[in-house]
Ligand binder design. Structure first.
Ligand SMILES: Nc1nc2c(c(=O)[nH]1)N[C@H]1C(S)=C(S)[C@@H](COP(=O)(O)OP(=O)(O)OC[C@H]3O[C@@H](n4cnc5c(=O)[nH]c(N)nc54)[C@H](O)[C@@H]3O)O[C@H]1N2
Ligand SMILES: Nc1nc2c(c(=O)[nH]1)N[C@H]1C(S)=C(S)[C@@H](COP(=O)(O)OP(=O)(O)OC[C@H]3O[C@@H](n4cnc5c(=O)[nH]c(N)nc54)[C@H](O)[C@@H]3O)O[C@H]1N2
Ligand SMILES: [Mo]
Length: 799
């Protein structure tokens, strides 16, 4: 049965806590729908286990001491989706033109099941027709050789293994291109740009044991129950130890409020719920710089007052502290009662950091009025968060897309670092920064060379190992690639997974420009929209998924990934391949490389025959990061990657951890005002999707069932704009007025979200985002902040 949107959607139901029976039901539903082979459920027992396979869903840490079932609702769905019994075979393609399939919904395309054979687009019939692998490689090679390498893009989604990613970037560079845009450009690029300046790390510093050693967690702009549910175990254990969880989120997310562990029978039967957040602050989207500045201001001013109290006590005078702010004095007094000298860790600041005075001056200078207006929080709330922060010895700071996908994404991330540095909350047990990654190996791909930034790659090493002269120019990020496509400069696009045209901004303009490409090559497991909008010569190459047995000349192969907490893990596929015609990603990359390249000494065939040789090559390229890679591949808990900031070694230009002061609180396109009809839109995920893969139409946590064409708005704003909940509206972008960007027929859902803000689902809302609307340094699209307007709709929702 294909899941269809309901004719009459159900909205506003209470789903119960995160996890719980709702989660169990949701997993059972998809397992039945996908006709999973009988071995499916037992396969799940191997998920994320030291000798098993690493889940293809999110990148959350894989513990050494596992739970009996180390998978979650999301992971089980991703597994079911990959090992489904359904097939998108040649009969399917013979029955449908691509023009017809373009009218299908994302869900219905992928729901057809796994791709089974290499296919080539036939212009005469507008259909994909089967070809042999030899023909495909031969023609792709011929086409690539005829193109200027600088006009070809090699995109990577974050799922491919370290082995495939290393081969892919090497293929691109030997071919002559550094154009390696990846999904990370749209995801944690703000971290990759922001953290190196602040603390000299390209990734978060947190490790799993920090959850056992912290006494407070600041949980910012990440939706754990939907996006990384296995982390709920770690949060629950922390809460059970009395750890305070202070949450900053745009929405009231039920999944951040309470949790029932679906894997603990006792809890399931008694319905025992663990409250997750002890303090919940609903910040406006784009208000985090102001909110975190508020917390820092409260800390700094309390410290100022405390120092004054301390100085007067020492000198025997009983003069009042200079700062007259009652809250700050009360805060300072409570700190004095706790018998702590200072609110800030001055020793850490003096020994380890630079830029404190400038930052503190900026914090003192921002007025509370301004901080309250921009953040949407009250001074009391920001001061309360500061108190909790100051009363804790080790604070773990966790964040996600609600911070990175912003015009001020880099500054958002750097504010988290600033807050950490004020009390030395980095590089000690329990105190670190945790950037929660999305795709299961997105972090690892960067580690082995998937990046457009040539300066981050050991090019000399590659030159020496493979005897070629690598290109030295800066390649294209995702936004750069889109710009080049729009200008007609790009001729070829090779995609290692993903759904590029659905994931990027400016859908309409990009889809039109996309069709001017000469060559598109899509390596994929399932059919999606990016395969339908294609170049003149278009190939769809089906590959094995990570869960499948990857049989090569020397036997079944293992691959590896890196988790969100920078540990490497081996993974062995266990399921029978979906079709005998599938090749592994390393084999497909090798096939294309051999057919294309006329230089470079790479033993492609030997690598494909035995992946441990690829790992040896990775180790030779990155000897510090991946020592004894093969020997330690299946080490329980994974191979830790050295992250110097974890040891308080700062690999920055001044060898210090830097306070970096954002020059402003909000982007310069203005805060918008409902009075002018402008609201700020954020895009979100549901628990029934993985990025552009839509499993179904239920958002259990937010109480929406049967449609994804909704927009969550504060009830007062709905009334103020003259609408009622349930009304259909069109959304129009309120910046860059030269181009009209609109999506139609979205249902208004009254939701607990600050006034002036609204939220809709990704990818349905992507046509609204101008390509130019991104962080200027990181080029991460501002998917969490876009001014829009509503108008009454006369369009019937298509889903
Ligand atoms: N089930 C499921 N799991 C996934 C994915 C999926 O699509 N589905 N995708 C994977 C990928 S690639 C990624 S990157 C991660 C993403 O996981 P998350 O980082 O959780 O990303 P989102 O769900 O997009 O949004 C996160 C939260 O940010 C909040 N938010 C939005 N704007 C703001 C803001 O300006 N300030 C604050 N403080 N909060 C804000 C939203 O309310 C939402 O709760 O998840 C991964 N895991
Ligand atoms: N508006 C808005 N846009 C966003 C975001 C947002 O929050 N809001 N989030 C952004 C983020 S964080 C990300 S990471 C990107 C995601 O962008 P992408 O990574 O490009 O997209 P996915 O939806 O993850 O890709 C799904 C496709 O990957 C293919 N696939 C699945 N498994 C495999 C495999 O093992 N091998 C291969 N070769 N292919 C496979 C399938 O064909 C599937 O259709 O989207 C970004 N776009
Ligand atoms: Mo992501």
């Amino acid at each position: 049965m294909t899941e269809k949107p309901r004719a009459e959607p159900r909205i506003g139901f209470d789903s119960g806590p995160a996890g719980g029976w709702g989660s169990a039901k949701s997993v059972t539903g998809i397992v039945l729908r996908e006709h999973i082979p009988l071995s499916g459920p037992s396969l799940l027992l191997q998920q994320n286990k030291p000798d098993g396979y690493m889940c293809v869903s999110c990148a959350w840490a894989k513990p050494a001491k596992t739970h009996p079932l180390e998978f979650c609702e999301s992971g089980a769905k991703a597994t079911a989706w990959e090992i489904t019994n359904r097939r998108t075979d040649e009969a399917f393609f013979a029955a449908h033109t691509l023009r017809e399939l373009e009218g299908w919904l994302d869900h219905n395309l992928e729901e057809q099941g796994r791709l089974t054979r290499p296919m080539r687009w036939d212009p005469a019939s507008d259909k994909y027709v089967p070809v042999t692998w030899e023909t495909a490689f031969e023609e792709i090679g011929r086409e690539l050789r005829q193109l200027d390498p600088a006009t070809v893009e090699f995109y990577t989604s974050g799922r491919a293994s370290l082995e495939a990613a290393y081969m892919y970037q090497l293929f691109a560079r030997i071919y002559g291109s550094n154009n390696l845009p990846d999904s990370s450009n749209m995801c944690h690029e703000s971290s990759s740009v922001g953290l190196p300046e602040s603390i000299g790390a390209t990734v978060g510093t947190a490790v799993l044991s920090d959850f056992e050693n912290c006494d407070c967690i600041f949980y910012i702009a990440q939706n754990v129950a939907t996006s990384s549910p296995r982390m709920l175990h770690d949060l629950q254990d922390a809460v059970d130890r009395g750890v305070k969880i202070v949450t900053f989120n745009l929405l009231r997310e039920p999944g951040l409020e309470r949790f029932v562990n679906p894997q603990a029978p006792g809890q399931m039967l008694t319905g025992k719920e663990t409250p997750i957040s002890s303090e919940y602050y609903q910040v406006r989207n784009g208000g985090d710089v102001a909110a975190l500045f508020g917390v820092c201001k409260a800390l700094i001013e309390a410290d100022d007052a405390k120092s004054a109290v301390h100085a007067t006590n020492v000198s025997g005078s009983d003069a009042e502290p200079k700062d007259e702010s009652a809250a700050a004095v009360a805060f300072a007094a409570s700190m004095a009662a706790a018998d702590k000298k200072h609110v800030l860790d001055h020793d850490f600041i003096a020994e380890h950091t630079a830029g404190f005075e400038e930052f503190a001056a900026a914090a003192r200078a921002h007025t509370w009025d301004e901080l309250e207006r921009v953040s949407g929080l009250t001074r009391r709330q920001m001061t309360q968060a500061a108190r909790t922060y100051a009363a804790s010895d080790a604070v773990l700071l966790i964040y996600g897309m609600g911070l990175t996908q912003h015009v001020m994404g880099v500054q958002n991330v750097q504010m988290v670092a600033n807050l950490a540095l004020l009390r030395g909350n980095i590089g000690k047990p329990g105190a670190n920064i945790c950037a929660v990654r999305g795709h299961s190996n997105v972090q690892g791909q960067r580690t082995v060379g998937i990046t457009e930034k040539a300066s981050l790659v050991p090019l000399d090493k590659l030159a020496e190992l493979y005897q070629f002269e690598p290109p030295r120019w800066e390649g294209h990020s995702t936004v750069d690639a889109c710009e080049a496509i729009l200008k007609g400069e790009t001729r070829g696009f090779v995609s290692l997974g993903g759904n590029f045209v659905r994931a990027i901004p400016d859908t309409e303009a990009m889809e039109a420009a996309w069709q001017t490409l000469r060559l598109t090559v899509q390596i994929a497991t399932k059919l999606n929209r990016s395969h339908l909008i294609h170049g003149e010569v278009a190939y769809l190459l089906p590959c094995l998924g990570r869960l499948e047995i990857d049989q090569q000349a020397t036997g079944p192969q293992a691959v590896s990934i890196e988790s969100s907490v920078a540990h490497f893990h081996g993974s062995r596929g266990r399921a029978a391949p979906a079709s005998p015609h599938l090749l592994s990603e390393p084999a497909i990359i090798a096939g294309m490389a051999k057919a294309t390249l006329t230089r470079g000494a790479v033993p492609w065939d030997q690598w494909v025959a035995d992946y441990s040789r690829i790992r040896d090559a990775i180790e030779r390229t990155y000897p510090e990061t991946l020592k004894a890679f093969n020997e330690r591949l299946f080490q329980p808990g994974g191979i830790p990657r050295p992250v110097p900031a974890r040891e308080r070694k700062w690999v920055t230009s001044n060898k210090k951890a830097n306070f970096i002061t954002p020059p402003r609180l909000f982007p310069d396109f203005g805060e918008g005002a409902v009075a002018d009809g402008v609201l700020n839109l954020a895009t979100l995920r549901s628990n029934d999707q993985f990025n552009t893969t839509i499993y179904g139409y239920t958002d259990r946590y937010r109480g929406v069932d049967g449609t994804r064409q909704v927009v969550f708005v504060n009830e007062a704003d709905i009334a103020r704009l003259g609408f009622a909940p349930g009304d259909l509206v069109d959304l129009t972008t309120a910046i860059d007025p030269q181009t009209e960007r609109q999506v139609r027929g979205f249902r208004l859902v009254a939701y607990d979200i600050p006034e002036g803000c609204c939220a809709a689902y990704y990818p349905e809302a992507n046509p609204l985002f101008p390509l130019s609307h991104h962080d200027p340094k990181a080029k991460t699209p501002s998917y969490k902040l876009l001014p829009i307007r509503f108008s009454r709709s006369h369009t019937v929702p298509i889903q």
